[in-house]
Design a protein around this ligand. Structure first.
Ligand code: HEC
Length: 80
């Protein structure tokens, strides 16, 4: 029943948020099991990046998407 992190990108994703995944509790790891793969990510210059690469504030993630020229979804009210 020992849980371990197998995806290097998850370790780096936590580092980029200033968090050390090696300090995760057993309960934390129970959520990370699925998060290892079930997370939104992109390949920027053939390297895996997360939408929080510029920071975890909504504005930072908006900058990330604006720079990439991509949007997952557009609010229909705004598109009118
Ligand atoms: C090793 C990577 C990986 C891990 C870890 C993982 N998944 Fe998945 N999961 C996938 C992939 C890839 C698919 C898509 C499979 C397909 O479409 O054939 C998927 C599909 C799914 C689906 C079906 C989605 C759909 O549209 O039908 C569900 C639900 C799901 N996963 C839940 C979970 C849960 C809950 C966990 C943790 C207990 C988990 N997964 C862990 C990779 C992973």
């Amino acid at each position: 029943m020992a849980l371990g992190i197998s995806r290097p990108a998850l370790v780096e994703g936590f580092e980029s948020m200033g968090m050390d995944i090696s300090k995760a509790t057993h309960q934390d790891k129970r959520t990370f099991v699925c998060a290892q793969c079930h997370v939104e990510y992109y390949f920027d210059k053939q390297y895996l990046t997360f939408p929080w690469a510029k920071g975890t504030r909504a504005e930072n993630m908006e900058d990330y998407y604006d720079e990439a020229g991509f949007a997952d979804w557009g609010n229909p009210l705004r598109l009118k």
